[in-house]
Design a binder for this molecule. Structure first.
Ligand code: GLN
Length: 190
């Protein structure tokens, strides 16, 4: 089991630590050749989606990553990663991979509520802690997208085929449920 973690910007180290703790082999994806190896899963970490999007183009990593996602490699996308997957961003003209049929709102909680913590039920996983940092939320989803969690009536977790997208940062909390679920997604896909 080898999982590639996008490592051009943002909170990637924390994902690697958690996944290694759970026994998965992880590689950092920093340049095109890293993406071209055999990978069983992909993590798109939080950070700044505009910066990540630009770096992916500059480093020529965008197309191979999009191909990987479209070909069904399981993806765990958190926060900025969720923005990269969205087919539509309601408050930004840019789009990135656009592989997940949903509309998201960037920095959706405004300045005052830039960061906060919540605990909510995630479908099939029970209650999990959720840390939001200048987070997006999902405004709407199209057919085929399963809504997995909501906080205050806003969608904060969803799955479409092998793409698992979260508004929050599971790598920053003690719970390992999300990463375990993702490793299972990768195993099931083999
Ligand atoms: N605000 C960031 C963006 O728009 C996302 C924040 C995060 O990943 N914690 O890309």
């Amino acid at each position: 089991m080898k999982i590639g973690v996008l490592a051009v910007q943002g909170a990637f180290i924390e994902h690697i630590t958690v996944l290694r703790d759970l026994g998965a082999e992880c590689v950092e994806l920093r340049q095109k050749k890293d993406v071209l190896q055999d990978l069983d899963g992909l993590v798109l970490p939080g950070g700044e989606s505009t910066v990540q999007g630009k770096l992916l183009r500059d480093l020529d990593m965008f197309s191979p990553l999009k191909d990987m996602i479209e070909n069904g490699t399981p993806v765990l996308a958190t926060c900025a990663g969720l923005i990269l997957l969205a087919a539509k961003i309601s408050n930004d003209a840019k789009i990135y991979f656009a592989t997940m049929p949903m509309t998201v709102r960037r920095n959706a909680y405004g300045r005052q509520l830039g960061s906060f913590h919540a605990e909510a039920e995630l479908s099939g996983m029970g209650k999990i802690p959720m840390t939001f940092i200048r987070a997006p939320y999902i405004e709407s989803v199209e057919d085929g997208v399963d809504v997995l969690a909501q906080v205050d009536g806003k969608i904060v977790a969803a799955r479409y085929k092998n793409q698992l997208a979260l508004s929050f940062h599971p790598e920053l909390d003690e719970s390992r449920k999300i990463h375990k679920y993702f490793i299972k997604m990768c195993n099931d896909n083999k």
